[in-house]
Design a protein around this ligand. Structure first.
Ligand SMILES: Cc1cc2nc3c(=O)[nH]c(=O)nc-3n(C[C@H](O)[C@H](O)[C@H](O)COP(=O)(O)OP(=O)(O)OC[C@H]3O[C@@H](n4cnc5c(N)ncnc54)[C@H](O)[C@@H]3O)c2cc1C
Length: 394
């Protein structure tokens, strides 16, 4: 048996892995002997994170741009300018994030890096066991960001948020770097809920992403064709250069995610259910989870198991997801109406699960109430049936 050398193995050197390590240090657990494992030798500029915050967050120094105003365009073209204060809408570039994390890691000798494929992260008695390229490694604890489940148990739903983004540069000043486009539904609503978001960082430069909430990923050319049409016909752009592309898929599911795998393993990030089922936003939830894990660990001597997606917010996510997945809820009008009938900060607080029940009751008046309750009843019923089936299995 391999000798146990580590207090903690972190599987996955992505957002959640680094957020957890940084939070542990902030809470006085920076001396743990840690092994951080990832299949990729070094992550690059493969994603751009956007999120909203009321105050500086733990990655504030990496924020490349922020906006106080957001535009939303309904499918029919009605424009809303949303003032988001006391929030700011913030952007962190993956390249900046991973460069900073490499430098941070290199300055910590107690933190060992290893490149390898992780499998079978599990608890065995009072040890965490992680297989890396077939080698068995042990630690007192493991945090696992690698095992994202792809199956959908009966009674649950799954969509994919899939997208292509282009960082475009223009010769003429074209964009207003003071206003981002949060959702522009003035595109064909085919193959799912489709919208474009535009993140202008300079008058000559913006990241423009064609996003779909739908059942399956498209070939790259399908997004590219729609992006070209959008830039030309909706934005009126004549010439532009594409300086970077960003392709992505984010799973949106209400399936349960185990917070633990036995007593010694905690799941984190998307693998730990921190991707919001109804929107795909993960950044804030992964960072908050890291903070709560570290705080609990510092207070009790063990990382707490903190389930995700439960309670009424999880249920409301499931209701919207069911509506979108079954095609009965038109996503474009849902989001446009939600923002039209409520102040933007209230909607943002709701999406962050920071609202109270009375605030949610007011928010829900803005949606199709009979459809919401019908879908809600179906979600509750299908979960009940799934639970019964599971309990009847031998
Ligand atoms: C292109 C893109 C843009 C996004 N934009 C936003 C956004 O704007 N706002 C937002 O809130 N969310 C966004 N998300 C969703 C979410 O924030 C990210 O996916 C985030 O990176 C999730 O963090 P994570 O640590 O769970 O996963 P990751 O950051 O993907 O990290 C997981 C790590 O585990 C490694 N790994 C996986 N399997 C194995 C294995 N078997 N062995 C070894 N290593 C393994 C991977 O190489 C990776 O480095 C985006 C996602 C994508 C893909």
């Amino acid at each position: 048996m391999a000798e146990e050398a580590y207090d903690l193995i972190v599987a996955g050197a992505g957002l959640a892995g680094f957020a957890a390590l940084r939070a542990l240090e902030r809470h006085g657990l920076g001396d743990l002997r840690v092994l951080l494992v990832d299949a990729a030798p070094r992550r690059g500029d493969d994603r751009t994170w956007c999120f909203w915050e009321r105050a500086p967050g733990p990655f504030e120094d990496l924020v490349a741009h922020r906006w106080d105003a957001l535009d939303l365009f309904a499918h029919g073209g009605v424009a809303q300018r949303l003032a988001v204060a006391p929030y700011a809408y913030k952007m962190i570039r993956g390249g900046d994030f991973f460069d900073a994390m490499e430098a941070w890691t290199a300055a910590r000798p107690q933190l060992e890096r290893r490149v390898g494929r992780v499998a079978n992260v599990r608890s065995e008695g009072d040890r965490a066991v992680v297989e890396v390229d077939g080698e068995r490694l042990e630690a007192t604890w493991a945090l696992d960001a690698t095992g994202v489940p792809h199956d959908v148990p009966a009674g649950y739903h799954r969509l994919l948020q899939h997208f292509l983004g282009w960082e475009v540069a223009t010769d003429e000043p074209t964009f207003d770097p003071g206003v981002a486009t949060f959702m522009d539904f003035r595109v064909p609503q085919e193959g799912g809920t489709c919208f474009v978001y535009v993140l202008p960082t300079e008058p000559h430069r913006a990241l423009v992403e064609y996003t779909v909430f739908g059942p399956e990923v498209w070939p790259e050319e399908a997004y590219a064709e729609r992006l070209r049409t959008y830039l030309c016909e909706v934005r009126g752009l004549g010439g532009y250069r594409i300086e970077r592309t960003e392709l992505g898929v984010i799973p949106m599911t209400d399936r349960p995610f185990p917070a633990s795998r036995g007593p010694r393993v905690r799941t984190i990030g998307t693998a730990g259910g921190r991707t919001k089922a109804s929107t795909g936003y993960t950044f804030t939830r992964a960072v908050r989870h890291a903070e709560a894990l570290a705080r609990g660990w510092a207070a009790t001597g063990a990382p707490p198991a903190l389930p995700a997606g439960r309670g009424r917010h999880g249920w409301m996510d499931a209701v919207l997801l069911r509506g979108l997945a079954t095609g009965r809820q038109d996503g474009a009008s849902f989001f446009a109406r939600l923002f039209e009938r409520n102040p933007a900060p209230r909607v943002l607080a709701f999406l962050d699960e920071d609202t109270t029940l009375p605030q949610e009751a007011v928010l829900m008046l803005g949606v199709d109430v009979p459809l919401f309750w019908r879908l809600g009843a179906e979600v509750s019923w299908s979960r009940l049936r799934a639970g019964r089936r599971a309990s009847m299995r031998p």
